[in-house]
Structure formats: structure tokens, C-alpha cells
Design a protein around this ligand. Structure first.
Ligand SMILES: *Cc1c(COP(=O)(O)O)cnc(C)c1O
Length: 421
């Protein structure tokens, strides 16, 4: 059975115990006892295409590595099994021939958060929780609200007032969560929810909860399985609270320990220029981690004081990874390309593509290396940005690839004027 371990002092706790931090205050991680886990590529492949739960899920297909408990606790939609896209248009844009994009925005509630939520809610059921809570820039609350509703639990979400994308807010309200807007930003909400869950009998489902990380590991495992267990040279993904990038690193570590992969892919984490505390820490040679006041239109990564920075530091070092930052202009232009390729994704996801472009230009990602980029959230999450970009109404930004709708009188002459063949 797995157990919880402090990432700093090494103290251990049983997984039955409800706790999110060590007594010393540091984060916990789930330690999988890899010596006693017997899994293989063949086992995971034998579950592909199955209709039976929980193995029909792209998370629980790897159950032994996620949370090996009685199936009766598992709440699965199922999630995962997300597609991997190849787009000549996007490859041309980033200047690299071999980019594949795994679209986590095609999960049940439209973001990768569903992967961590199925494991998180399952852990909540395992410890008998009745009320769950999270602070969120939007997608965690949308996902938690949906999973809690299905589990018959009450959900409380804390969101920064007026700052979350419309689609995400709509989901949290629609799925029936108690939505609490707080006067402050995500980092304030995150501090508050930790106090709330320590003092009230409410189970915390942010990615500080180590079981969330376990589910999110499945993105990397599934991506590699979808490549026929060929490991790419690079994984590229956006970083906000840094839970997802930490989870990817943990997945790779465990796969390698288990002998399922040999090569360690490099991880590139992309931050928005206005929310770049880990980028600064990385470029400053890991001297001192300093939170920033976050500002970016990519609200999913608008986080100035990320919870999982220590976990990610280990991951970046172990994978010989890198960290890059991208501007608002680079994010919206990359988004216009991702969207008009027919794939589509929300702004934070497109930081991935903007980041790949930058790393290719800098020669960090080489032309003969293979790259899997993670698109983290769905296009429909943030319609305002789409409309405003194409209406050339994004303050201070150019709409380089604007596709403006036109209005006409209903006559064939008018149609011939605006639709040129
Ligand atoms: C949560 C989220 C991120 C950031 O992931 P972290 O684990 O917080 O670093 C990026 N993109 C989208 C769409 C998200 O929902």
C-alpha cells in the first residue's frame, strides 16, 4: 500500500489520515511502493479499449500507479483517453516538424483537472469526506463541482472575484457548487481555503492534496502509451500552481524505476511573463524563490505563489528540464493559430505552443527532437478572449490573425462581395 511522505523531512503518514501537509509544514507526496507493484506495458495495453470500469478510464487504466484501493471508492466519468493531434499548420508556426499535442481540454469537464479530480474525489470517499473545497482560477472548481455532484458530496469553491473565465464560472455554478467569490486574487483564495479546511470539517481538493497529483500523472503515462511506449525527447506544458508539471515528473520517475521506460524525456515548463515566479527562480540559479503579483490574461496560470515549486525544482533538475516565459502577445497569437488549426484550446494551453516556438527559435529544442505539448484546457472555457481578439478589442495587444465576422444585407451580391472564391 502507498503512504504519504514529507518532501523535506521525510516523515511518513498513512494514506487513511486526512492531512495535506507534514507536521513540519512542508508538502506531502504519495509514495508508491514500486518494488511491490507488478505492472507492465502489456498489462496496460490489455486494458486499452475495454468498456469496463475503472480500466476504461485513462487514469484508472494505470490504477496500480494511481491509488490501488477497492474499486467501490472510485468515481470515474471516465476521464482521460484524450487525443493526440498533429497539425502541419502548428508545426509551421513553431518552426518544428515533429510536434504532437495531447489535448487535455477534451476531458469530461474540459480540462486536465478531471484527471486529478477522479483520484482526489476517490481519496475523499475513501476517508469518508462529505464536503469538499478548493481555491481555483476556474478549472479546478468546474471539475470539482462536477465530480462532487456525481459523488453526492457538497462542494465549496473559492474563486478570485471577477477574474475567472466565463465558461469555468458557469460550470461551477451549474454543477451546483457553493461559489464563494473572494475579494482578492488566487493566492489569497488559496491561503483562505487552507485555513478553512484546517478548521472546518471540509476536505481540500487543491493540488496541494497529494492524491490530485497521482491522477494527473496519467497524462504522461497515457501520452507515452499512445506513442507505443516510445518516449519523446520533450514534454512541454504550462505552469501555474506547478502541480501538473510536478505530476508529470513523478510519473516519469516511477515509469523509469519500474523499467517501463528507459529514456528520461526533458520537461519544459512555460509560464506567462506576468506570472513567472518559477521562471525567475530557474533563471536565477535556484537561489531564492520569490512569489510575484500575478497578471496575465491566461487566467489558469495566473498564480504568483505556486504551491508546488519545491516539487517542480526536483523534477526540472532530474529531467534536465527548462523553464521559459512567454508574453501576452505570444500567447494570444499562438492561440489564434491553435484555434484556427481546428484544434482549439484556452489561453493557458496555448502558452505551451508559444513556449515551443520560443524554445525552437532559441535552439533549445532541436529540429530532430520529438515533442509532446500538453493542451490543458478547452477552447470554450474562455470565449471572451476569443471574441475580443478577433474583434481587435484586446487592450494593448495586436490581433495578428484576426478573423472578424462581417455583417451584410441578405442579398447574393453582398455574399459575393464578402465571400471571395
Ligand atoms: C490548472 C491549469 C493550468 C496550470 O496547471 P498547474 O498544475 O496549476 O501548474 C494550466 N492550464 C489550464 C487550462 C489549467 O486548468
Amino acid at each position: 500500500m502507498a503512504f504519504l511522505k514529507c518532501i523535506k523531512c521525510g516523515a511518513t503518514y498513512p494514506i487513511e489520515e486526512v492531512r495535506y501537509r507534514c507536521d513540519c509544514g512542508e508538502l506531502l507526496e504519495v509514495v508508491q511502493e514500486l518494488e511491490s507493484i507488478s505492472v507492465s506495458k502489456e498489462l496496460f495495453d490489455s486494458r486499452l479499449g475495454t468498456l469496463s470500469p475503472p480500466y476504461n478510464s485513462g487514469v484508472w487504466r494505470y490504477k496500480e500507479l494511481i491509488l490501488d484501493i477497492d474499486n467501490k471508492y472510485i468515481l470515474s466519468r471516465p476521464e482521460g483517453n484524450t487525443p493526440v493531434y498533429y497539425s502541419p499548420k502548428i508545426c509551421a508556426y513553431v518552426g518544428h516538424p515533429n510536434i504532437r499535442l495531447k489535448h487535455e481540454g477534451e476531458n469530461p469537464t474540459g480540462s486536465f483537472k478531471d484527471r486529478g479530480m477522479t483520484s482526489g474525489i476517490t481519496a475523499a470517499r475513501f476517508v469518508g469526506a462529505e464536503v469538499v473545497a478548493c481555491a481555483s482560477t476556474g478549472n479546478t472548481s468546474a471539475s470539482m463541482a462536477a465530480y462532487a455532484a456525481m459523488a453526492g458530496m457538497r462542494a465549496v469553491v473559492f474563486i478570485p472575484e471577477g477574474k475567472i473565465a466565463f465558461g469555468k464560472l458557469a460550470q461551477a455554478i451549474a454543477y451546483g457548487a457553493r461559489v464563494v467569490e473572494i475579494e482578492g486574487d488566487f493566492d489569497d483564495a488559496m491561503a483562505l481555503v487552507q485555513e478553512v479546511t484546517n478548521q472546518m470539517n471540509i476536505y481540500l481538493l487543491n493540488s496541494i492534496n497529494p492524491f490530485r497529483i497521482e491522477g494527473q500523472k496519467a497524462i504522461g503515462i497515457e501520452a507515452i502509451q499512445q506513442s507505443g511506449w516510445e518516449v519523446p525527447d520533450w514534454f512541454v506544458l504550462p505552469g501555474g500552481n506547478l502541480g501538473n508539471s510536478s505530476a508529470l515528473g513523478k510519473a516519469l520517475y516511477e515509469l523509469r524505476e519500474l523499467g517501463i521506460i528507459e529514456k528520461i524525456p526533458r520537461i519544459a515548463v512555460i509560464q506567462a511573463e506576468g506570472a513567472n515566479p518559477f521562471y525567475r527562480y530557474f533563471t536565477g540559479g535556484y537561489t531564492k524563490f520569490q512569489p510575484v503579483k500575478a497578471e496575465t490574461l491566461a487566467t489558469a496560470i495566473k498564480i504568483g505563489n505556486p504551491v508546488s515549486w519545491k516539487k517542480l525544482e526536483k523534477v526540472i533538475k532530474w529531467t534536465r528540464g527548462t523553464v521559459e516565459e512567454v508574453t501576452e502577445q505570444e500567447i494570444v497569437d499562438a492561440k489564434a493559430i491553435v484555434d484556427s488549426s481546428g484544434i482549439g484550446a484556452e489561453p493557458a494551453s496555448c502558452a505551451t505552443v508559444a513556449g515551443i516556438k520560443k524554445l525552437v527559435e532559441k535552439g533549445v529544442i532541436k529540429g530532430d527532437e520529438s515533442v509532446i505539448g500538453i493542451l490543458t484546457g478547452n477552447l470554450l472555457k474562455d470565449p471572451d478572449i476569443v471574441i475580443n481578439y478577433h474583434k481587435e478589442a484586446l487592450q494593448g495587444l495586436r490581433s495578428t490573425y484576426a478573423n472578424k465576422p462581417v455583417k451584410i444585407k441578405p442579398t447574393i451580391e453582398e455574399v459575393k462581395r464578402v465571400v471571395k472564391l
